[in-house]
Design a protein around this ligand. Sequence first.
Ligand code: SAM
Length: 214
Amino acid sequence: MRLRNKPWAKDKLAAYPQYVIGNPESCKGNWQQVFENNQPIYIEVGTGKGQFITEMAKAHPTINFIGIELQESVIVSALDLAIAADISNLKLLNVNAEDLLNYFDQNEVSRVYLNFSDPWPKKRHAKRRLTYRTFLEMYETILNSDGEIHFKTDNRGLFESSLMSFSDYGMLLTYVSLDLHNSEYEGNIMTEYEEKFSKMGHPIYRSETRFRTN
Ligand code: SAM
């Protein structure tokens, strides 16, 4: 994602603590208290400008959504969408997903969304892919026994390497599409990248996976 310097972003994020959680370490194990209900928690890792997570939160008020994004100049756009939506089931974290275990307890999360994650095509950068084994270990820890990973991308290389990573880890593949927009899948909510790349004619790949529980 091309980054524009937004020196005001930090202050704006800090001005909306009802949406942007400033001390997420203190929420570990307590997310349902943060949301003041006991609804399931779904997270999106690499939420970007927030279109997907905001539309999901609007469409599914009985789920709590948390968008996680490393870049403050990007997540500030997600904050604008959250403010406009005026909803209580959406929070945003401006943190690195490499530290997920600092923010979520075992079994605390019911679903992880990975949408158009950075592909890191070079082999020497494979560990940075959000579907690399070390990330799967973290997702396995924080997901409950019914938890799932829903993954979308237009990048064939990333999709292939991710399916290999899921398989090598011993995960179950419960859904796969090599052309989501021409499939029978219903209820898809598009991300910013998905809109851009599908307009360019790219097929969208999608999978659902879960960890074996026996
Ligand atoms: N999901 C959005 C979409 O589909 O439009 C954004 C996709 S963009 C290619 C990937 C986003 O993931 C970037 O905004 C990037 O900053 C974020 N990201 C990459 N690695 C991350 C990490 N380790 N922790 C948090 N965010 C990360």
